[in-house]
Ligand binder design. Structure first.
Ligand SMILES: C[S@@+](CC[C@H](N)C(=O)[O-])C[C@H]1O[C@@H](n2cnc3c(N)ncnc32)[C@H](O)[C@@H]1O
Ligand SMILES: Nc1nc2[nH]cc(C(=O)O)c2c(=O)[nH]1
Ligand code: SF4
Ligand SMILES: [Mg+2]
Length: 224
């Protein structure tokens, strides 16, 4: 067992990528040094000791905060049961979840009959069960100066690339070209912050390249 720092746990519908529409338990881990200027979870970046709370308190909060709690993998599955969650798919996100060793969490999930997915920037080594689905959302030239690891490019089941302009597509093409493993990953373009121009650009580029479009569908319907 290890110690996970958890910003929030909730049940919703996966809004992005190839599992869009799947009822899911979301586990958002605390901490990320990558520094994407357009990140929609900036409250997860810092791990400040003053922001530690109990699991009970964090579960009662219904706004985005930088508060987090510490839990073992076993305690986390007990929390799912106590909450009465019915989803059989787990999404580990953050923050940057791969700052944690996710081997135990993902293996326990598989052993208990869940499917499990990791949302990652690929800037830290991905430690997880072979059955876990890895969604790689590469981050190039961000403030934190982190590189996308080659091991992450090989491990990805899907690449979900945030885009607003041609530069982002050029970066994506470089990343796809680095991949040696077959089959090739599924490729999704996700318009940054659902901006109209970014969305139009993503649609056009998906059609030109036979890639898929990922919209942050949960935001359209106002769910978490
Ligand atoms: C908040 S991140 C957390 C997981 C991990 N740090 C990562 O970046 O993949 C989850 C997903 O949201 C995407 N994302 C974050 N902010 C976004 C924004 N403003 N518009 C579109 N996608 C965004 C990320 O690229 C990633 O695919
Ligand atoms: N519904 C819903 N789907 C999501 N897919 C990826 C998310 C994330 O923040 O990583 C997310 C999220 O925050 N909510
Ligand atoms: S890597 Fe993910 S969590 Fe970190 S700043 Fe970028 S989008 Fe946000
Ligand atoms: Mg989100």
């Amino acid at each position: 067992m290890s110690s996970l720092l958890i910003n929030e746990v909730f049940e919703s519908i996966q809004g992005e990528g190839s599992f869009t529409g799947v009822p899911s338990i979301f586990v958002r881990l605390q901490g990320c040094p990558v520094g994407c200027s357009w990140c929609d979870t900036k409250h997860t970046w810092d791990v400040l000791p003053d922001n530690v709370r109990t699991a009970d308190l964090v579960m009662l909060e219904n706004e985005e905060t930088a508060h987090y709690f510490d839990a073992s993998e076993k305690a986390l599955f007990e929390l799912f049961a106590a909450q009465g969650y019915r989803a059989k798919h787990i999404v580990i996100t953050g923050g940057e979840p791969c700052m944690f060793d996710l081997q135990t969490l993902t293996s326990m999930a598989i052993a208990q009959g869940f499917s499990i997915q990791i949302e990652t920037s690929g800037t830290f080594e991905i430690k997880c069960a072979s059955e876990a689905w890895v969604t790689l959302s590469p981050k190039v030239n961000m403030k934190g100066g982190y590189e996308v690891l080659s091991s992450a490019i090989e491990r990805a089941n899907e690449i979900k690339h945030p885009v607003a302009m041609q530069k982002h597509v050029d970066e994506l093409n470089h990343i796809i070209a680095r991949r040696k493993t077959s089959p090739p990953p599924l490729v999704y373009l996700q318009p940054i912050s659902m901006q109209t121009r970014a969305t139009e650009f993503a649609v056009k580029t998906c059609i030109e390249n036979n890639w898929r479009l990922s919209l942050q569908t949960h935001k359209f319907i106002g769910v978490e």
